[in-house]
Design a protein around this ligand. Structure first.
Ligand code: NAD
Length: 478
């Protein structure tokens, strides 16, 4: 069986142990054995990144830009093979996998350009004879802790800016998706960057992740994952005053008003709630519908859902792949039971199904007659499960949309400019979508949320500089 090693200080090194990577569409398909680092190996990677920081942070920005550009080009040239690996390992469909690989490549290209746009400012001082300069400096070693649901795009949107702004990296992918992480590391290893600038340390969160959080040589931690883990990351970073950034869960509302174009609204709901198996932090898990169109809307959603094929992620006809693993499947099924016990009506799906291959297949579950207080409407399920909640009018819909501890993405379907504009202004979310799904974002603009969904500066686009650099103010006597 193929063995895949960690990448530390420019070398491929086997881990203290290894874990088997299995295809969730076909449990007989083993992708490979991936290294699992222990604490000592994590320390080596942190040490290598710490040592490499000096030269990298003051090195040629042309060389930095060229390296990122080469990484982006190689990802784009191999997007089909990378997308195939991603879908095989994570379970999103092949077009979604190839789309994500493409996005990862574009992100590296974007930050290759950003290297050349790092700028400062100069101002007159209020004190005569002085000038003031504001510049941005790299932080040092960045510890990257990533989730499994976007195994190429999220690492890319953390690794690329970290390197672009002159930091070095220790990257810990999620346990379920080492294959995508390894493939990206393999490409980075050929980009010409010096040993130690980028390190891949596959392994368990409680071991590798926790070690990075505790180590004083790691200047900052960027984390994407669940709220529970995010809180642990925050506590560890606060304890030693390290900089950190958290991107966490969502319970994203999609408001559908009675003046909405029905096709647009149904497509936005189905895509936003169920594509990628609903395993997106931006998934529309609460669909808030004005009463007068509620029955028509639900009928139309059910008709679209009935036409979706749930099957092996790599089959051409599949629109929804498996959920990612046994424990996610159990979580989804247990919330479906909770929904029924809470009195919601399971209007469609929610059944474990068998296909030609043994995999974690679950039909999309649509609950109607939901209240916003039910657990299925408040807690992140992270699977193909959505609640439809009735609203009396726009004001009620907006209040329901904002009545959540999360605040990542919020959508509205309406033909009214007045309501669309009001919603853009008043939705308590980091991202607002008008007449389009709550999930699906560009790679060159800020990504992030409010409330329990995010903590710290935005990711992506030029705004990423806020996290990956420190501002310095220098006073110079003329
Ligand atoms: P998770 O919190 O279980 O794991 C995330 C990462 O943290 C993994 O790499 C894991 O190994 C690591 N980890 C676990 N315990 C740790 C510890 N004690 N110390 C340090 N690291 C530790 O999340 P997941 O199941 O991989 O991902 C799903 C979650 O991610 C969902 O809640 C989803 O909403 C969220 N997510 C958020 C965004 C966003 O940008 N807001 C994007 C994608 C996913």
């Amino acid at each position: 069986m193929a063995q895949y090693a960690n990448y530390i200080n420019g070398e491929w090194v086997h881990g203290a142990s290894a874990s088997t990577n299995i295809n969730p569409s076909d449990l007989s398909d083993v992708i490979g054995e991936y290294a699992q680092a222990d604490a000592a190996q994590t320390d080596l990677a942190i040490g290598a990144a710490h040592h490499a920081f000096g030269a990298w942070s003051i090195g040629s920005i042309q060389a930095r830009a060229d390296a990122l550009d080469r990484i982006g080009s190689e990802i784009l040239a191999n997007k089909d093979a990378l997308g195939y690996l991603l879908s095989r390992e994570e379970g999103k469909t092949l077009p979604e996998g190839v789309g994500e690989a493409t996005r990862a490549g574009n992100i590296f290209k974007f930050f290759a350009g950003e290297v050349l746009r790092i700028r400062g400012e100069k101002m007159a001082s209020v004190r005569p004879g002085l000038e003031v300069e504001m510049t941005r400096e790299p932080l040092g070693v960045i510890g990257i802790i990533a989730p499994w649901n976007f195994p190429m795009a999220i690492p890319a949107w953390k690794i690329a800016p970290a390197l672009a702004y002159g930091n070095t990296v220790v990257f810990k992918p999620a346990e379920l998706v080492p294959g995508s992480a390894w493939a990206i590391a393999d490409i980075i290893s050929r980009s010409g960057i010096a040993p130690g600038v980028f390190n891949l340390v596959m392994g368990r969160g409680a071991v590798v992740g926790q070690r990075m959080i505790n180590d004083r040589r790691v200047a900052a931690i960027t984390f994407t994952g669940s709220v529970a883990t995010g809180k642990r990351v925050a506590e560890g970073c606060i304890a030693r005053m390290a900089k950190f950034q958290l991107e966490m869960g969502g319970k994203n509302p999609l408001v559908v008003l009675n003046d909405a174009d029905l096709n647009t609204a149904v497509t936005a709901a189905v895509q936003g709630a169920f594509y990628s198996g609903g395993q997106r932090c931006t998934a529309s898990s609460r669909i808030i519908v004005e009463k007068s169109i509620y029955p028509r809307f639900v009928d139309a959603v059910c008709t679209q859902l009935a036409g979706l094929r749930v099957d092996h992620a790599l089959k051409k006809e599949t629109q929804i792949g498996p959920v990612v693993d046994q424990s996610q499947l159990e979580q989804d099924l247990s919330y479906i039971e909770i929904g029924k016990q809470e009195g919601a009506r399971l209007q469609f799906g929610g059944e474990r199904i068998q296909r030609d291959t043994a995999g974690f297949f679950l039909t999309p579950a649509l609950f109607t007659d939901c209240s916003n207080d039910m657990r299925i409407s408040r807690e992140e399920i992270f699977g193909p499960v959505a609640s439809v909640i009735a609203a009396d009018d726009y004001e009620h819909a907006l209040a329901l949309a904002n009545d959540t501890e999360f605040g990542l993405s919020a959508g509205i379907c309406t033909s009214s400019l007045k309501y669309a504009s009001h919603f853009k202004r008043h939705a308590q979310a980091g991202m607002v979508m008008v007449n389009t799904a709550t999930a699906g974002v560009d790679y060159h603009v800020p990504f992030g949320g409010r409330k329990a969904s995010s903590f710290g500066p935005r990711e992506q686009g030029a705004y990423a500089a806020e996290f990956y650099t420190a501002v310095k103010t220098a006073y110079v006597a003329a």
